[in-house]
Design a protein around this ligand. Sequence first.
Ligand code: PMP
Length: 343
Amino acid sequence: MQLNDGQAAESRGEGARSDQSTPPRPARPTGTADVRSPAREPMVRERAASPPAAQGRESRLWFDGELHDATKLQATLGTHALHYGSGVFEGIRAYATRDGAAVFRLPEHLERMRKGCELLGMDFDVAEATAAVLQTLRANRLGDAYIRPLAWYGDGGLGLDVTGRSHHLMVATSATNLHLNGNRTRVSVSQWRRNPASSLPPLKLCGGYVNSILAKREVRLRGYDEAMFVDDDGYAVECTGANLFLVRDGGITAVEHRDALPGITRDTLVRITGADSRPVSMEELLDADEVFACGTAAEVAPIAEIDGRRFDANSPLTREIAAVYAATVRGESSWSGRWLTKA
Ligand code: PMP
């Protein structure tokens, strides 16, 4: 496989720059009015089980400007986002590198989140969120980690007008050694259509993920691991939380679709491999030698079959791409430097 050289691309000014020195920002002015400790809020007694403390330590969570014990916070039942999905989230990963923990493509993730917040009319300070992510990672002393920032509208009535409503920001982290690369996923085409971009822009808006939940639920009931979306014209869109690529005769193609989330992993792989990015019909996808899904959580995940059409069980090129991606996120490739923010 012919790969692009990260250093050469850097000297051409391509790729993102990592921002490693963001000072902590003051607490958000919206306060903690509608996220309370259960001890002070008898109305809400039932809570989801506490996340396991990272590596035996109490898990810390950043909320509206401060770190808290993750088990002590909960949202009230009037939370607007709970009723209408009026929130924006990100899924980010940090990796243990030789120089310590580092976050992969943090500015790009937070820029996507900023766009979602802007759309919903929420203030979102990228510098504050950057500091919050790094602070939470450090507090939980994590190397490999999954990072979940979430911005959402809180209490204040059930109307749909969000003007002036209180909103919040949290950052949670969990230790993860999750690697889907080794698993070969069985995929089925969902009967549901992807949210059209003309109705719901492909950003990480909480409510939009009901579409993914419906598709996942449908194919799980039919015994598959993962769903993919196809449009009315027979073009592949994406999976429920990952983008799609195909390999044919040694050539790599990234599936492009206006309704699909412009994935950061997808962008990373297009840059590294020089893959072609274009619309792909289902006919072409099913005719491929290898198909794989990619995303921050999924990383590079070979697909074993789509509705009974089986692909090369060895997935040789997919495995090679997965290895290059793994080296890149762990600070071991010429591409790594620009994309890693040290925690
Ligand atoms: N599509 C959807 C619907 C997703 O939720 C994700 C995960 N964020 C992706 C694609 C992959 O995006 P990324 O590589 O930025 O994680």
